[in-house]
Design a protein around this ligand. Structure first.
Ligand SMILES: *Cc1c(COP(=O)(O)O)cnc(C)c1O
Length: 498
């Protein structure tokens, strides 16, 4: 299986191990399979597999540089007892007509664990297979969830180091506690004076600084990325779509071959793109409902065919979806433009230079058939959390509430009766302030861990083990630096010679 860039010549290819190590293509594009796999998918048989077995099968379709034995080891370690639920990604009972696919039973209580427990292990193996001979430095800017999930995934992985930059005062108390508490010889998290975009811009600049790259190389290091543009993060996310389908078959909610809808709380478009890949592999998905918060650039895109990032940026109560440039959409466009890298490059250049682009009417029509889209305001998020809890006793987090709200809106407007799975991307315990505000109609007097305690006391429920572990950790003191000190900080951490 060879990979190519969405913006590059089809003749420039990498194998899967190289694509995982590279992360992002040098031309700014994203790696995609040269020939998308078309395995013989026996849904009845796949429905009987454990999550680990299913992951092994699906990863082997894309990562054929790794032996079956290597993949088995990787998935067994990635989906071991750091998960609170044996199903890894359990589907809830029906609540108000829909199912919820819970992706938050991993160590950092949000869905990024699903991919970030696999990617580090793939990368460590890839480094050996490719005889890289250098340590991989994962440089990450985070607004919260990616930071703690990558630190957890890479913790003590051989030949890797993780350096996370986050905006000082810009992540939630729980996220901060997670990042400052994670132990591991190879992990560092540093606050920067600035917002997430400042951190992200500077990280990209350091990444693309040729001189600094050279300095790293002579010291035995190489940068890579753990963000959702890495193909090693995207592919593991395909697995839970099949796993959800299998669970519905097993409990006779559907029969093999029936169509289902998935509703996805969307930010960088990684999660929902994995659903599209699952559909391309033969999973009978009718609609992928694209749910946004008030940063509704994707809602407008699917409605009009114009992607326009020139608009105000809002910080919302579903912060992991506060994003105006959804990077993984580029992979979808690449498919809908039938692999025409020149067309994709033109659209992306237009976005960089003018802040917007418009797809052809034909592409827009085709997209609209698979991707209904909608958004929820902050008040609608709170109302949805309360409505669902009051009516069914099922508690969801703000990101899940975005998708739940949009799904109900869609179902009312279309009367689509297809069984629908709403993807639950975070535990309500991770965002206790918003959840308490929603339930009680006023903000709690507590924040962070104290708010988690308030929430669980109010619910009369015990803390789950992974939530409890938050209370047992002692955070390191926070280090804060200016953005123009980031490069020097990296050099100092890695003890680089000049
Ligand atoms: C990252 C994240 C999302 C958005 O997922 P994308 O793959 O970026 O679209 C949604 N919810 C939560 C809780 C997240 O952490």
């Amino acid at each position: 299986m060879q990979y190519r860039s969405t913006r590059g010549n089809i003749k420039n290819t990498l194998n899967s191990a190289q694509a995982v190590i590279q992360g992002l293509a040098p031309d700014g594009g994203l790696y995609v399979p040269v020939a998308f796999p078309h395995p013989d998918v026996d849904l009845a048989q796949l429905s009987n597999l454990s999550y680990q077995e299913l992951a092994q099968v699906i990863l082997s379709w894309f990562f054929d540089d790794f032996t079956d034995e290597q993949l088995t080891t990787i998935v067994n370690q990635a989906y071991g007892d750091q998960w609170e639920d044996d199903a890894i990604a359990p589907v809830s009972a029906q609540h108000d007509g829909n199912y919820y696919l819970e992706l938050f039973h991993g160590p950092t209580l949000a869905f990024k664990d699903i991919a970030l427990q696999v990617l580090p292990r793939l990368m460590t193996k890839a480094v050996t297979l490719e005889h890289v001979g250098k340590d991989i430095i994962i440089l990450t800017a985070t607004s919260g969830d990616t930071g703690s999930a990558s630190m957890h995934g890479f913790s003590d992985q051989a030949n890797t180091q993780v350096i996370v930059f986050y905006p000082a005062g810009g992540v939630s108390p729980v996220q901060l506690k997670q990042m400052l508490s994670l132990r591991g010889q190879n992990l560092t998290a540093i606050a920067i004076e600035g917002n997430f975009d400042d951190a992200q811009t500077k990280v990209k600049e350091i990444f693309n600084n040729h001189d600094f790259g050279h300095r790293l190389a002579v010291n035995g290091y190489q940068f890579s990325s753990a963000n959702s543009m890495n193909i090693g993060r995207l592919i593991p996310q395909i697995v839970y779509y099949f796993a959800a389908y299998g669970q519905l078959v097993q409990r006779h909610a559907i029969t093999v071959g029936d169509q289902v809808n998935f509703a996805v709380p969307t930010g960088n478009f990684g999660d929902i793109l994995a659903g599209y890949y699952a559909q391309q592999l033969g999973l009978p998905i009718k609609h992928l409902i694209c749910a946004s918060n008030k940063n509704n650039v994707l809602t407008d895109f699917f409605k009009t065919g114009t992607y326009d990032r020139q608009r105000p940026f809002y910080l919302t109560n579903a912060p992991a979806m506060d994003i105006l440039v959804s990077s993984n959409l580029e992979r979808l466009l690449f498919d809908y433009y039938q692999g025409d890298a020149d067309a994709v490059t033109e659209l992306m250049d237009h976005l960089t230079q003018s802040g917007h682009y418009t797809v052809t009417a034909e592409v827009h029509d085709q997209l609209a058939q698979t991707f209904p889209a909608g958004f929820a305001t902050e008040a609608e998020v709170r109302a949805e959390i309360k409505r669902l809890y009051d009516q069914t006793g099922y508690l969801i987090d703000p990101h899940t509430a975005v998708a739940s709200h949009v799904t109900h809106q869609y179902q009312q407007a279309t009367n689509d009766q297809t069984p629908t799975v709403i993807i639950a991307t975070a535990s309500p315990a991770k965002f206790p302030e918003t959840v308490l505000t929603a339930l009680n109609g006023q903000a709690p007097t507590t924040t962070g861990l104290a708010a988690i305690q308030t929430l669980f006391d109010q619910l009369g429920q015990p803390l789950s083990p992974n939530v409890q572990s938050l209370f047992d950790q002692t955070p390191r003191p926070e280090q804060t630096i200016a953005t123009n000190e980031m490069e020097a900080k990296i050099a100092q951490l890695l003890k680089l010679d000049d």
